[in-house]
Design a protein around this ligand. Structure first.
Ligand SMILES: Cc1ncc(COP(=O)(O)O)c(C=O)c1O
Length: 472
């Protein structure tokens, strides 16, 4: 039996007590939650949010890397209200359509990093990736390649948690006890130079080794059985991991050799986050299929997209014609209200020049993070580009050795950060992630980092006192 909640925050009928009694939380230790309770948010403004005790925080991860336009964009509210009044629901099944669906499709195709043919919509990043898996299988069936079905993900890659997306994901806690990955989903090595490079190996040589490993995997499985590879341009939830220089062109050369499709998961990297409209442009990727979500609507409403190139579309079209229908789609695929909000979001990005803004503020975040923290005794690596970054804590700076996971050092730092008024995200291996709303200004970056710095100072004192870290 879990002990009953304690503490003033958990008074009977408080939000916290009601939450504990009723909510099953994603990504939470459900048992601990029964005693500790939630942080209940009540409102937001710009890059800031407030909890139900009136405490203010800078949201340094834009919620879940997603509220790109901050927390009170009135135009998005108006776009939703106007669409709700006009046509609150319609769908795209059996050749039905509506204006927001058409306009959003056109806008995404016009902005795609490489020529794309058609856009499909779902409600979450996970669903977009699951949809793309099914499209890849359908495509290969159309070509008569009925055994070319295996999907390659990467260790530490994150693509969501529906059954297929979780199978592509390469993170232990998304697999353990959930009986995934499914058969036919395999993983290649994580391209993290800081941890993965051999002594004396250059970034270029490491990238070549990653591509060689991929080729070995494809050959071992049999190229006639491998359908597609998934990758985030920059890995997000796995630890904000940037690939070594030259990585993706080398990876894509291998995939082309064996006619394996490439799916770019732009769920975090899309819409300016990395300093280009798409992470694919920053990292030199030419995808056959692209999935996106999150900043697509600044996350004001759930919507995700799958863009397919002409070759893939022709396969889908031929197969659907043979069967008589493309038997895939969600009730809410391209929901008119979500689509209208996404259209408005993309218009705002154009009007405020979101990419130029990230190019102006991103370097400030990156250089300040490095200037303030790279030499800190607890910090192993500061990494990132544009407005996505991370600080990785280590027990041994020389050996690049992480702390014992049981010490939960990263989670402690995130908690201390919250006490000091900054919400960051603790990822596996004590990585603290930053991915603020894209509209953040330089002064707000400074304030965010001041707060984080105070939290890191406090953690340093505590770890020294507890003899967890030997800090000079
Ligand atoms: C790269 C990437 N792909 C897919 C997903 C899954 O998206 P969702 O949580 O909307 O299902 C996420 C979520 O964080 C993500 O970061």
């Amino acid at each position: 039996m879990t002990p009953p909640p304690t503490g003033s925050a958990l008074r009977a009928n408080s939000n916290a007590a009601r939450d504990i009694a009723s909510v099953l939380h994603p990504y939470t230790d459900l048992q601990v939650h029964q005693t500790v309770g939630p942080m209940v948010m009540t409102r937001g403004e710009g890059v800031r949010v407030w909890d139900d005790g009136g405490k203010e925080y800078i949201e340094a991860v834009a919620g879940l890397w997603c509220a790109a336009l901050g927390f009170n964009n009135e135009r998005l509210v108006q776009a939703a209200a106007a669409q709700m009044r006009k046509l609150p629901f319609y769908h795209g099944f059996t050749a039905k359509s509506h204006e927001p669906l058409i306009e959003l499709s056109e806008m995404l195709l016009a902005r795609a990093p490489v020529p794309m043919s058609k856009a499909f919509f779902a409600n979450s990043g996970s669903e977009a990736n699951d949809s793309a898996v099914k499209m890849v299988w359908y495509f290969n069936n159309a070509l008569g390649r009925t055994s070319k079905k295996k999907i390659i993900g990467r260790m530490k890659g994150y693509h969501g948690i529906t059954v297929a997306a979780a199978s592509i994901t390469g993170l232990v806690n998304n697999h353990r006890a959930f009986d995934v990955p499914l058969p036919g989903f395999i993983h290649t090595m994580c391209p993290h130079f800081y941890h993965g490079a051999l002594p004396g190996e250059t970034e270029e040589a490491f990238a070549t080794r990653c591509a060689d490993e991929l080729e070995k995997l494809i050959l071992a499985e049999g190229p006639e059985t491998v359908a597609a590879m998934w990758a985030e341009p920059i890995m997000g939830a796995g630890g904000v991991i940037l690939p070594p220089r030259g990585y993706f062109p080398k990876i894509q050369a291998v995939l082309r050799k064996y006619d394996v499709l490439f799916v770019a998961d732009e769920v975090i990297c899309g819409f300016g986050r990395t300093g280009n409209y798409w992470g694919s442009q920053t990292l030199d990727i030419e995808p056959d299929i692209l999935t996106c979500a999150k900043a697509l609507s600044s996350s004001y409403l759930p919507i995700s997209g799958v863009l397919v190139n002409e070759r893939v579309f022709q396969g889908l079209a031929a197969q659907s014609h043979e069967i008589g229908t493309f038997g895939h789609g969600y009730t809410y695929s391209g929901h008119p209200v979500a689509a209208a909000v996404a259209v408005e979001t993309l218009k705002i990005y154009d009007e405020i020049g979101i990419v130029d803004h990230v190019r102006a503020v991103g370097p400030h975040l990156q250089s300040e993070l490095r200037r303030r923290f790279a030499d800190h005794p607890l910090v192993g690596e500061v990494r990132g580009t544009g407005l996505i970054a991370a600080v990785e804590l280590v027990a041994d700076k020389q050996a690049h050795a992480n702390f014992d996971p049981k010490a939960k050092v990263g989670a402690r730092l995130a908690k201390l950060g919250e006490e000091h008024g900054v919400i960051s995200r603790a990822l596996p291996s004590d990585v603290l992630a930053f991915s603020p709303p894209l509209v953040i200004m330089a002064e707000e970056v400074d304030e965010l980092l001041n707060r984080f710095s105070r939290a890191l100072d406090q953690l340093t004192v505590e770890l020294r006192r507890e003899s967890i870290a030997v800090v000079a």
